[in-house]
Design a protein around this ligand. Sequence first.
Ligand SMILES: [Zn+2]
Length: 411
Amino acid sequence: MSAQGILMIIIGLVVFNFIIESLLELINLRHQPQLLPDELKGISNEYTFSKAQLYHAVNTNFALFRSLITTVVVIAVFYSGMLGEIAMFTSDIDAHKYVQYLIFLAIVFGGSNLFSLPFSLYQTFVIEKKFGFNKTTVPLFISDRIKSFIITAVIGSIILLVFFFALDWLGENFWWIFWLFMSLFMLVATVFFSSWILPLFNKLVPLEEGELKTAITEYTTKVNFPLENIYVMDGSKRSSKSNAFFTGMGRKKKIVLYDTLIKNHTTEELVAILAHEVGHYKKKHILKGYIVSIIQTGVILFVLSRFIFSKELSIALGAKDYFLPLNIISLGVLFSPLSMMIGIVMNAWSRKNEYEADRYASNTYGGVHLAKSLIKLSSDNLVNLTPHPWYVFVHYSHPPIIDRIKLLRKL
Ligand SMILES: [Zn+2]
């Protein structure tokens, strides 16, 4: 196919993604009832419900605005051939090919980071602040951004260097060796995320002695889950929103409870939330997730290997010749329908896992307490209680709160 044709497909896909995303946001926004529906009475009240509606509307409008501006800029960048010019400029630098590639990607990555900065600032310091969630200070915000930038740059460069090397070494057959490398990398990332990366942003401390610990010990002894893997995290330094999650594998496994969660919930509710997280562990969701990611990566890399050497992909973005990083960008857009489909399947699977963990918590501790904690969580975090089913289908990794409560009440 001609470079011009590829460029048109790329721009067409950017527009297509924008339309689909915006339609979903609008459908979801239009779906909101004016008044508290009968089935939600006892779960929310008029005041919280209308506040959550407003929060949702403000976020949706902002997301639409942000994606409109981003789409226009992305199209302009692609169409003008600007990326091709930057590529030609970096390939004139007197350095090894890999260094040129990394400089190019650093410029693009840095540029997109700067572009997204005002949006993040507005989100954090205007929207989140207005609804009383934001606890982040400006210095913390800046240090968070710098840290994430450095971590991404370091880890990204290592992965990219292996990728470049595998391509030069094995040509089209690079995909299997790089697949092996990525599988190993993802394993290390899954196992050590909570020990290496998380502590750079948050403080994790083992649960302290007291009524909660006693109640948790009783539960974890019953279900045979090691207590030393339960941590409390200072989520409150960034936001008043609360959460809990399971991370890691093997001996590095951790259940993390936000301090904000502990502050707002009763002991029974907290044990129920913990029981849900133990459920994820007992049902081996992290391990299965890892296996699924390996398969997914293999498929994507195989498809990638069929196109990665095509000169036209670089020319489409304005270069005069083959330039590997440009091909990565082109293919990133060309694969977006595939990524979207994978995302939908992964979300459906994740929603199923959430039900499984809920069921586990209900069987081993008490569905009533979990339902209560979900009700509290939804109002504390101003969760949208009435999402449109299509929106849920595409974007939700967790079932809507109301569906989870319905299931818990049935069990
Ligand atoms: Zn869960």
